[in-house]
Design a protein around this ligand. Structure first.
Ligand code: UDP
Length: 454
């Protein structure tokens, strides 16, 4: 079979996975001759969403005791109400997480719903600039940025009602909704998903007086937090073990995905799943792979997306292709964003997973890799050290050479690598699954509403 250098489309393969039906594969256009090696088929639109799981569905994964604990913690919260506010209904990890969290809270009879703020392009341009500046990037103040931010927040404040017991505002975009606070009896919480360790002083100086009016702030890592006069809580992000991205798959489906993408499962597979973004260092991964491969046989899979709608992504993708040259063992996959099953299969097919980021938020690809029991090598940045305890749940690296060394070491020490994978999965089970996240919300509700506390 011809090795595949670059698939610039994604495929959605026929339903061969375990628990949920996948959409049917589109029929080939009439008149198209089947090729000897089928080209991956493209889905132009996302598949229909899968209904969210129930609490009991998690029992086989986390055990009955954990589910009983959630029911116990929720008992005295029955009838309490929570509103969550986010800036987007689709796309992004927060919306994905809320789509799973909210039904589980409701199943526990804590009436929870989530709302989305509205705004024009001018608002989202401002909030994007704020977002980047809070992450530590340069900030070019634009005319009226603060007025635009406040105007849209005010419009949303007037449109929304806050009659719940707890209001949770996600991220900076809707942070000024706190101005509605005096009209409500609710406890207000700001859930920050971004790294605030080094914010642009001007933007943080503008935002901070709003944040200080909340009852509490929640951050995703100790290192992301700021000094604030309000209580701060640490909530790790989480993955859903029952999502398309993380659920168990039939081996035959994994095999089929590999065949579609020209990946040889008889040889070691080293994979990085990431947007084609410089901060994910895909070029460094190619270099590390080439160094390691002088000593050990392996293939590199770089699976990513976003290059088609991000000019910078397209440039990075081109650079990666140039760096790969005509090496048949470097397989570059530019996938559309709805290829969760394929990403899942690629992660499961991998011998090692890399996330050689130079800067990172929490790094959910690392969580996903560890959950699949994969020996993982990752840059020691952002939330990654929360997940990878060096030499225990994975390997932390700081350079191309370090990454190459660890690829070589793990491929030649499979028992040690397998132990890392087992430990990594346990670490995720304890700390980074959806059920743990539900427990944290229940505990926070109890603390803020003084339920069951002295
Ligand atoms: N992801 C994806 N397709 C891609 C690249 C990434 O579905 O082509 C997913 C990946 O599996 C993970 C998320 O996008 O769930 C990326 O989250 P992470 O925190 O690792 O990085 P971010 O892209 O948010 O910086």
């Amino acid at each position: 079979m011809e090795p595949v250098k670059d698939q610039s489309v994604g495929s959605h393969l026929a339903a061969a996975e375990t628990t949920t039906a996948t959409p049917a594969v589109p029929a080939p256009s009439p008149g198209v001759q089947p090729e000897r090696r089928r080209a991956p088929r493209t889905w132009e639109t996302p598949p229909a969403p899968v209904p969210p799981p129930h609490l009991d569905d998690y029992q086989s994964i986390v055990g009955a005791a954990d589910i009983d604990e959630l029911r116990f913690l929720a008992r005295e919260l029955k009838g309490k109400t929570v509103k969550m506010v986010n800036s987007t209904a689709v796309g992004g990890g927060v919306a994905e997480m809320l789509n799973r969290l909210v039904p589980l809270m409701n199943e526990l009879e804590v009436t929870t719903h989530w709302d989305v703020i509205t705004g024009g392009n001018d608002f989202f341009e401002v909030t994007k600039a704020f977002h980047n500046a809070l992450h530590g990037s340069d900030y070019e103040p634009t005319r009226h940025a603060e007025e635009i931010f406040l105007m849209y927040n005010e419009q949303n404040r007037q449109r929304m009602q806050f009659t719940e017991d707890m209001v949770v505002i996600h991220d900076p975009q809707p942070a000024a909704l706190i101005r509605a606070r005096q009209e409500t009896a609710a406890r207000w919480v700001w859930r920050c998903h971004i790294d605030l360790s080094n914010p642009h002083p001007e933007v943080w100086g503008f935002l901070r007086p709003f944040i200080e009016q909340y009852d509490a702030a929640i951050f995703s890592s100790q290192s992301f937090a700021r000094q604030l006069p309000i209580p701060q809580y640490l909530f790790y992000p989480c993955i859903d073990p029952l999502s398309e991205k993380n659920k168990e798959l039939d081996e035959s489906f994994v095999q089929k995905v590999c065949e579609e993408f020209g990946i040889d499962r008889a040889r070691p597979i080293v994979t990085q799943v990431s947007r084609f973004d410089r901060l994910k260092d895909p070029l460094g991964v190619v270099q590390a792979f080439k160094l390691a491969r002088r000593y050990v046989d392996c293939q590199l899979v770089l699976a990513g997306g976003g290059a088609s709608d991000d000019p910078e992504g397209a440039t990075v993708l081109k650079e990666v292709k140039d760096a790969a040259g005509d090496d048949p063992d470097v397989i570059i996959l530019d996938l559309p964003p709805w290829c969760a099953l394929e990403i899942n299969a690629l992660q499961r097919a991998s011998t090692l997973i890399i996330q050689k980021s130079i800067k990172e938020g929490f790094g959910l690809t690392v969580t996903e890799a560890l959950w699949k029991g994969k020996p993982t090598i990752a840059g020691a940045v952002g939330g990654i050290p929360n997940q990878i305890i060096h030499k225990l749940t994975g390997m932390l690296v700081h350079s191309v050479e370090g990454c190459a060394y660890q690829i070589r070491y793990l491929l030649t020490h499979p028992e040690f690598a397998a132990q890392l994978g087992r430990n990594g999965r346990e670490h995720v089970k304890e700390n980074f699954l959806m059920t743990t996240n539900v427990r944290r919300w229940l505990l926070l509700l109890r603390v803020l509403l003084h339920i069951g506390t002295a």
